[in-house]
Design a protein around this ligand. Sequence first.
Ligand code: NAP
Length: 249
Amino acid sequence: MSKSTVLITGASRGIGAATALLLAGRGHDLALNYRRDAAAAEALAARVRALGRRAVTIAADVADEAAVRAMFDRVDAELGPLAGLVNNAGIVAMKARLDEMDVARWRRVLDTNVIGTLLCSQLALRRMSTRHGGRGGAIVNLSSVAATLGSPGMYVDYAASKGAIDSFTIGLARELAAEGVRVNAVRPGIIETDIHADSGEPDRARQSAGVIPMQRPGRAEEVAAAIAWLLSDDASYTTGAILDVSGGR
Ligand code: NAP
């Protein structure tokens, strides 16, 4: 995994952008996926290039199979062999109880958070697994402590999607363990990013300090550090692990 190409989904801001800057500083070339905000992705790519690394920005909805296939083809063509994938793209929806939600919302959340992760992982392993002629690699999935807390009254659909990510991480790790590909997850607690605005509570991170044992929300950089470690050769004997980065929550 040293000094190689990594694809980060949802890299235009938040935890994905912080991970990109950390990995660029450690010598990785980067494919920076985003959904809508091309200007933010381009600005991030410029910062990666200023650190001396190559960066390609790729617009693709991770739940859109054709767009994701085209994205991996571009990574092959423009950056060369993929060695790492960070399944970071993820969404929440408006704070609600289950009886107030509709099926369209569930599909949006599950398609992005679960199908997106499965699809990107499939296309990555076909490039990295020794079974497919690859040279090995590492996948890091973004789960959430919501997977263990369930997020009642907030977004149980999101929590369920992250529970799926935990199970998937364990299963895929065991499937690929003898094929040179490690698969792990990071389970953040409440982190200061823009994601909370999408649940209708933009100040959620600051306001939640009291329920966090460390009495503060986390920073994107603190999650990025865990992702970078799991991707790195320092974690060479770690697979199927789910690492809480949650201030004790
Ligand atoms: P964020 O600030 O809302 O950023 C989300 C990123 O994902 C953006 O770059 C967005 O791109 C992209 N994205 C959203 N939907 C996408 C799609 N369908 N296809 C491709 N890209 C898409 O989120 P964050 O807080 O950094 O969260 C990152 C991950 O950590 C998520 O999986 C989230 O569930 C998880 N997490 C976050 C927290 C937290 O408190 N922040 C806690 C636990 C887990 P555009 O801007 O272009 O739309």
